[in-house]
Design a protein around this ligand. Structure first.
Ligand code: ZN
Length: 428
């Protein structure tokens, strides 16, 4: 097949056969023009479509996205469609994926991580558009490990310096309550347990708001809080029939999972409600506990802003009074002391209770709203003064005696015993 040919590009007759991509081609030596074109493909996706691609196209530096990028972008769009996200959300997610994919730090990651990257971009976009979507939802859709998801997510927001606003709890209440089955008549739900969804959502949102104002939300998983709040809301809408129904049974009826922290959140929220109830004159006389308070949740929520303000104001007054009679200088160096923090330092340092203050202290504690981890600390906090004094004495220049080092070395006897044990394990 070697009749003299001429290059149509430069007119040269120096045409050689050149094996390229294991296919023989006729190539001009002078300018590299390819006279015959075989089945050369640029990308695997082209190959799967059996499209013939010109050799010149295959060698040219294309800005065409790679196969895995195209697939990833499609996955992002698919995921957004499944979640019924608004278009802006989808576009943002796509642009994040594009950015992440082109970034050098994601060039060599495993396929599994690239898959999670899809979810991360969608999740970040949702958070930025205030669209309530949980990590659990994303992970279950992608069959992804939550730990790995977190790693990638933290990496993405650090790498691209993204600002990810906090999850809006009230929006989450709405979507989460949608999945409850107590809002329609069904055979498994007795009629007295069926409730209008709107009422539960509205009341549960208020309870969640109250919980967040009283430090029960910060640092916690949102779902157990929402479950506890919606359970309380649901109970309080018809207390006579529903007080006997436990949280566990409620979850079963609603058809949602029962996360174990939910019962703890329920206890904490009920305690806050009971505290607030003691502020209302007509409820104080009833001496409500966290069980009986459920009946009056509607009342408490109605007045919650005034009640909270009163509680904080009286705490502040009590704290100010307490400080004025004792250690004044300790508050002086913290000019912007909120009632919460000043009380915290008191509780942490365990300042000796002042004479005649017992009544005041107990009153303050009763009204105060602090994060539960401060109210019931598991470990005794170390005395800071003691810690400082021992730390200051050590400089790192002290003498190290031989005997001190020798205690870390094996004796000949110990070496023998270890050797014997090692051999015994090796033989078995
Ligand atoms: Zn040529």
């Amino acid at each position: 097949m070697s009749e003299q040919k001429q290059c149509p590009e430069c007119g040269s007759s120096e045409i050689v056969e050149d094996a390229h991509y294991s296919q023989n081609q006729l190539v001009c030596v002078e300018c590299g023009y390819v006279l015959t074109e075989g089945l050369l493909t640029t990308t695997l996706s082209d190959e799967t479509h059996f499209q013939v691609v010109r050799f010149t196209q295959s060698t040219e530096q294309t800005k065409q996205p790679t196969r895995s990028k195209i697939r990833g972008l499609k996955r992002v769009r698919d995921l957004c469609k499944i979640l019924c996200l608004p278009y802006v959300c989808e576009e943002k997610a796509v642009s994040y994926y594009q950015r992440a994919f082109d970034h050098p730090s994601y060039h060599t990651v495993r396929v599994e991580k690239k898959e999670i990257l899809v979810g991360c971009c969608v999740y970040v976009s949702c958070r930025q558009h205030n669209w309530p979507l949980t990590v659990s939802t994303i992970c279950s859709l992608l069959h992804a490990d939550k730990g790995l998801f977190t790693t990638v997510f933290l990496n993405v927001i650090k790498e691209f310096e993204l600002d990810v606003p906090a999850q809006s709890l009230t929006d989450l209440v709405k979507t989460y309550c949608d999945s409850f089955q107590v809002f329609q008549n069904s055979r498994s739900v007795p009629p007295k347990f069926v409730e209008e969804k709107e009422k539960v959502v509205q009341r549960a949102s208020q309870i969640v708001e109250l919980a967040s104002e009283t430090w029960l939300v910060t640092g916690r998983h949102p779902i157990p809080i929402i479950i506890a709040a919606s359970y309380l809301a649901w109970q309080s809408l018809r207390p006579a029939d529903r007080l006997s129904c436990s949280l566990l049974r409620f979850c079963k009826l609603a058809g949602v999972d029962f996360p174990s922290p939910a019962s703890l959140r329920l206890k904490e929220i009920s305690e806050v409600l009971a505290k607030l109830a003691s502020q209302l004159a007509w409820l104080r006389v009833l001496n409500l506990n966290k069980k009986t308070v459920v009946k009056y949740i509607g009342d408490i929520l109605h007045h919650r802003i005034v009640l909270l303000r009163n509680a904080i104001k009286s705490t502040f007054d009590a704290t100010a009074a307490g400080h004025s009679c004792a250690n004044e200088e300790s508050t002086q160096d913290e000019p912007e002391t909120t009632p919460g923090t000043s009380e915290t330092t008191d509780l942490l340092t365990g300042a000796p209770s002042r004479k005649g203050d017992v009544d005041l202290t107990s009153k303050r504690k009763a009204l105060l709203f602090l994060p539960p981890c401060l109210l019931n600390p598991k470990k005794k906090t170390r005395n800071s003064e003691e810690l400082n004094s021992t730390e200051l004495n050590v400089t790192g220049d002290e003498d190290i005696s031989d005997s001190e080092i020798e205690q870390y070395l094996r004796t000949p006897e110990e070496i023998k015993v270890f050797q014997r044990a090692h051999n015994a394990v090796g033989l078995s």
